[in-house]
Design a protein around this ligand. Structure first.
Ligand code: ADP
Length: 241
């Protein structure tokens, strides 16, 4: 895949595969093109060349809701807009991001039934992430780590096969980062595929099955964390050499 901004190739003929049922970490120095790649994969921008395939389907240029329906979800930071809502309500809100679906269910009278199903799902997601004890707390009352888990939980409400995460432990302390890492491993053990961008190398070393290193829009190295860490090209890229 290639993504250009004017004459500049932010993603330069990059060809990546993500193994199903594994946790893959995308790392690389600032400006490597990681975010641009995520934006192209998740449908926010269209690649200039190449395509995105998910479960055998070509989803290049598809709308974000179509991509979600195909089984991929990108988790975003929780908007600051709803400080009065509880953790449970934030999980329930997920459905309101699919207005098309809500109109259909409303038309066919299935709304109440669906609301019950969504509540069940919210409870299940909260249990898997071990945030079920704060379901009734407002988001302003939970810790930074719990907020990160809630962001992941919002993504899981769509029951994706592949979850894309942007720096899931950014800004949380090392102990909480470890706990979040453990929950991510639990999700992968349960069959989820995860692709994450992460700068915290301790976390990547602990939880990633597979690491892809990007630099200047290209893939620089790939393999297990120990392998890529010892790669001279990778060390030079991080040192700006
Ligand atoms: P990373 O996430 O690895 O830090 P980015 O994907 O954010 O890297 O950026 C890759 C390169 O593309 C950078 O040089 C950045 O300045 C450039 N870039 C990103 N978005 C745009 C844009 N909308 N317009 C022009 N250049 C951009």
């Amino acid at each position: 895949m290639t993504v250009r901004f004017g004459g500049f190739k932010a993603v330069d003929d990059l060809d990546l595969d993500v193994d199903a049922g594994k946790l893959t970490a995308l790392i690389g120095p600032n400006g490597a093109g990681k975010t641009t790649f995520f934006n192209a994969v998740s449908g926010l921008i269209r690649p200039n060349e190449g395509c995105v395939r998910l479960n055998g389907h070509d989803i290049t240029g598809a709308r974000p809701y179509q991509i979600t329906a195909a089984g991929m979800l990108r988790s975003f930071q929780i908007a600051r807009g709803f400080p009065r809502l509880t953790v449970f309500e934030h999980l329930m809100l997920y459905d309101q991001h699919n207005p098309g679906e809500n109109i259909v269910t409303a038309l066919f009278g299935g709304w109440r039934k669906r609301e019950g199903e969504t509540a069940e799902r919210a409870l299940g997601v909260a249990r898997r992430l071990e945030i079920d004890h704060v379901l009734d707390n407002r988001v302003t009352e939970i810790s930074g780590g719990q907020k990160k888990l809630l962001e992941i939980g919002r993504g899981l409400m769509a029951e994706p096969d592949l979850l894309l995460l942007d720096e899931p432990v950014a800004g949380v302390n090392p102990t909480l980062a470890e706990q979040i890492g453990d929950r991510l491993r639990d999700l992968v053990a349960g069959g989820l595929t995860i692709l994450l961008i992460e700068h915290d190398m301790a976390l990547v070393g602990r939880i990633a099955d597979h690491v892809i290193v990007m630099a200047e829009g290209k893939q620089l190295a790939t393999g297990r964390f120990e392998e890529v860490r010892n790669d001279t090209n990778v060390q030079n890229a991080y040192l700006g050499g």
